[in-house]
Design a protein. Structure first.
Length: 346
């Protein structure tokens, strides 16, 4: 309890004690009535002070994201009886009611940044209905509150549409030859002329067709370069949102000082970007196409050279003319810019 509360409570009790002594001093019906009233008020004040506020704990929403319109909803519960209980953030009162053991719910007015919170800047305040006594203490959480990445739904949807079209348009057909020899066989009428192997035909003195292994569509993997940048939280939100859809790449990794599988749950809340990601480690990834989410200073050419000329698609975020976050999607010399819900060729 703060010193101010001690002084306020002590003064209230001393005044009540003086009033309660009227019955003893004057020994009249009126003075004893005043004494009885003072004792009733003192009992009410005592009820507001006898229960320790430390018995109360708060728990938050199971799933909370950094882009929620408001902060998480908290539920305050625990044993106790308090004539008037309030939950405050600074000078703002989030909840105020009598507490008789039933949970009190309150909503934080502002969203919390991504992270894992052991405590919140909130106070539990208990007083009497007259406002004469008061005690307060910091809010304690039953368990840490986890706030996950932003959910960039609109921007992720626009990026997903472009990536889907890009992968479909640039992936070769399953019937295209890879020029990896599978076998030879005799020519059958109807075989395409360009399938005839003229060297083998000359040696065998009969028409020979070369059978090549069909070229498969490239398998893709998503890569987040976890570098500290102004729009990293937005980039993380787009990457995580697309990863949960599961239809753009077979696997996804985060690259900071090392390569890690995409974390989930509380690990995403505490994922910390580094000053410079070790992009040289891209060469150690499996031989698949890369969809890389990176800061604005990266280029497709530089990443493609590091990735040993594997197909590279680069997704970067920036702010447009009106301050809205937009995504630039690049592949080779081609690029397009999209905002949430639309895009413009660049």
């Amino acid at each position: 309890m703060h010193l101010r509360s001690w002084l306020k409570n002590g003064a209230a009790l001393i005044i009540l004690a003086l009033i309660a002594s009227f019955g003893i001093i004057f020994n009249s019906a009126t003075s004893w009535l005043v004494t009885d009233a003072a004792m009733v008020v003192a009992l009410i004040l005592a009820l507001s002070l006898v229960w320790p506020l430390g018995t109360l704990r708060a728990s938050g929403d199971e799933t909370t994201a950094a882009d929620d319109a408001t902060g998480p909803q908290l539920t305050l519960s625990g044993p106790g009886f308090f004539p008037l209980l309030a939950l405050r953030q600074g000078k703002q009162t989030l909840a105020r009611q009598a507490y008789v053991g039933r949970p009190v719910q309150a909503m934080l007015p502002k969203p919390l940044a991504r992270g894992r919170y052991e405590a919140l800047p909130l106070r539990v305040v208990c007083g009497d209905p007259f406002g004469w006594t008061e005690k307060r203490r910091g809010l304690k959480l039953r368990e840490p509150l986890v706030v996950g990445p932003r959910r960039e739904l609109a921007l992720s949807s626009a990026v997903h549409g472009v990536l889907t079209r890009l992968l479909n348009q640039n992936a070769p057909s399953g019937d295209a030859p890879s020029f990896d020899l599978r076998a030879f066989r005799e020519y059958v009428p109807g075989d395409p002329v360009n399938a005839i192997d003229w060297k083998a035909t000359a040696k065998r003195d009969e028409m020979i067709v070369r059978l090549d292994e069909p070229e498969e569509r490239p398998h893709w993997q998503g890569v987040l370069l976890a570098e500290d940048a102004p729009l990293f939280e937005n980039l993380l939100g787009v990457f995580v949102t697309l990863s949960t859809r599961g239809d753009l790449w077979q696997n996804a990794v985060v690259l900071d000082e090392a390569i890690h599988p995409v974390p989930t749950g509380a690990a995403l809340a505490t994922l910390a970007p580094v000053a410079h990601a070790e992009v040289a480690q891209l060469a150690t990834l499996p031989q698949q196409g890369l969809i890389i989410f990176a800061s604005a200073d990266m280029t497709v050419a530089s990443l493609g050279a590091i990735a040993e000329k594997r197909p590279v698609i680069l997704v970067q975020l920036s702010r447009g003319e009106k301050g809205r976050v937009q995504a630039t999607i690049s592949a080779g010399s081609w690029a397009t810019i999209v905002e949430g819900g639309g895009g413009n060729a660049a």
